[in-house]
Design a protein around this ligand. Structure first.
Ligand code: HEM
Length: 318
């Protein structure tokens, strides 16, 4: 059950499911344009889920036997995802592309040397942007729902800068300093992206240690996000850790939820803006609460997700 009406104008909603649908739609529309066929989106979602579980399972060291049913299911799902992108390319190639309607896929069509590169780049961006955003929003609303003082402060700030009904633009969002603090603390507290990884092409000296070429390196982002030296009581949710004064007391490297350096997440600005607009739109319209009696634990994988669906309550604000 995704939604249920309760007494007193309150309704219950399955937060993670809604955030997954929202994030996938935003991801696909931004990357590929107006993908309006919902059945195609559902089919893509199903194929995507098979590929994602397979990647998480391989990450845990479980590689399927060549020719096994598991490997075959994975290849079928991957081919299904590629067919979806091929369909999008066909549509885009027939359109007149202008500055207004240009999307990421149009840039790939212009610049990729061959179809394989285009398909794999397109799918990499969907993979990079979907679960990360969906789970960051689910955790963001979970923390807001469970912290009334945080929610009140957010609501006051958002009402002041974004109004009650006005469209939410970049300049009003940029004035919402506490909203950014809330989202930064969400990424830190949930350890949303626990690690990044590199495979060294050449020998390097890292922090004074020689590391030979060919070594896989794990950048343990989650360890630094929970470092009690910079974030005392690390599991406590406290957006004030990111107030302008408190940020000054930490090295900038203490907080790297999107990685760092040349391979920093290329979607980090987009992810911050998408989350800010979504949270602002919801908080100014609804009082958000948690349904009683839920025990939510983080499950760490490629992305940290909640152990079960999170049920929230919404009550329209007047
Ligand atoms: C809250 C949301 C997000 C978080 C926390 C996040 C986090 C990360 C991290 C930690 C990395 C690895 C960086 C490194 O290797 O140093 C990464 C890579 C990547 N992300 Fe994101 N990401 C988010 C949203 C997005 C979005 C919205 C997109 C695209 C629409 C995206 C696309 C990518 C891609 C393509 C890579 C691979 C980059 C490369 O290997 O050069 N991400 N992301």
């Amino acid at each position: 059950m995704l939604c249920k009406d309760m007494e007193g104008g309150i309704s219950e909603h399955a937060l993670c499911t809604h955030m997954a649908t929202f994030a996938l739609k935003v991801d696909l529309m931004t990357l590929f344009g107006n993908v309006s066929d919902d059945s195609k989106i559902t089919e893509f979602h199903n194929n995507y889920n098979v590929c994602w579980s397979e990647m998480e399972s391989r990450l845990g060291g479980k590689f399927p036997e060549p020719g096994s049913e598991q490997e075959e299911n994975f290849q079928t799902a991957l081919n299904g995802a590629k067919d979806f992108v091929k369909g999008v390319v066909e549509i885009r190639e027939k359109l007149e592309i202008t500055e207004e309607n240009e999307r990421f896929i149009d840039i790939l069509i212009r610049h990729c040397a061959d179809e394989d590169t285009l398909l794999s780049d397109a799918i990499t961006y969907v993979v990079g942007g979907f679960h990360t955003t969906a789970n960051s929003l689910a955790w963001g609303f979970y923390f807001i729902a469970g912290n009334s003082a945080v929610q009140d402060k957010l609501h006051a700030e958002i009402s002041e800068h974004c109004g009650k009904h006005d469209s939410i633009g970049i300049s009003s969002i940029n004035k919402c300093v506490y909203l950014k603090q809330e989202f930064d603390e969400t990424l830190r507290c949930s350890v949303l992206a626990p690690f990044a990884a590199r495979y060294l092409d050449e020998d390097i000296l890292l922090g004074g240690y020689p590391i030979p070429g060919g070594t896989p390196i794990v950048h343990a982002l989650g360890v630094s996000l929970q470092n009690p030296e910079y974030f005392p009581e690390p599991s406590k949710f406290d957006p004030d850790r990111f107030s302008p004064e408190n940020i000054k007391n930490r090295p900038s490297t203490a907080f790297q939820p999107f990685g760092v350096g040349k391979r920093i997440c290329p979607g980090h600005r987009f992810a911050n803006m998408e989350a800010a607009v979504c949270i602002a739109a919801m908080v100014r319209k609804f009082e958000i609460g948690l349904v009683d009696g839920q025990k939510i634990e983080p499950v760490h994988g490629l992305v940290t997700h909640p152990s079960t669906e999170i049920m929230i309550t919404l009550k329209q604000r007047h």
